[in-house]
Write a protein that binds this ligand. Sequence first.
Ligand code: 4GX
Length: 249
Amino acid sequence: MMIFDVLTLFPGIFVSPLQESILGRAAKQQLLQVRLHNLRDWAEGKHQTTDDTPYGGGDGMVMKPEPIARAIADLKTRTPRAKVLLMTPQGAPFSHQAACELAAEEGLIFLCGRYEGFDERVRQTLVDAEYSIGDFVLTGGELPALVMIDAIARFIPGVLGCSDSAEADSFSDGLLEYPQYTRPAVFNGMAVPEVLLSGDHGRIARWRREQQLLRTWRRRPDLLKRAELSDEDIRILEQLQRTDSESGE
Ligand code: 4GX
């Protein structure tokens, strides 16, 4: 069973997202365990202070290193090989690939920062990897940790139903997903593409691949450089580029 330890000043943020739906079921089935820890439990003094003013002056507060060092040392007595992860806009871009690799670890410790972050010596000596979930600024590392736990959990065997596996979904071949439809056949005057009602599985598969290529080329051309493309895919793309002005999306 994979262990996710979370160090945070706000453990309450995690409770409902981890209880619901697929993650909640995975925890019940003992495929993963998320243990929430309040950093304040490792702080000292009457006020159990976890932050302090920055050396050199300036706005905001910085999280003190000692409570974090004690907390990580304690957690590592139980999971000695666990990797310590920090969420920050300065980290490596978190991705499908990173999620897949992290899912192979026995344990992960998510160190969630608030305020202006941590004393630099925490990163230098206690952190194994730093990740960013995107180029924007959040109020803390808690939501990024939840995002990462969700994406990593999908790669743990048994977490997803057999009908949709993490390896089969879009980012595995580097392309965006094709459009999906369900009943009714006509909604607000818009009909489902005829090919999907044809029952011709070969035609349907070709149409879906074409839609994946079209969407990726239109919306995320950057992804095409690293996508796994067959000779047929490349032929379809060249065709799309020639007829682009005609076909609307
Ligand atoms: N993708 N933030 C963390 C506080 C902080 C600052 C420095 C550690 C070091 C973010 C993101 C993000 C805001 C989370 C600053 N903690 N994290 N927080 N985007 O914006 O991961």
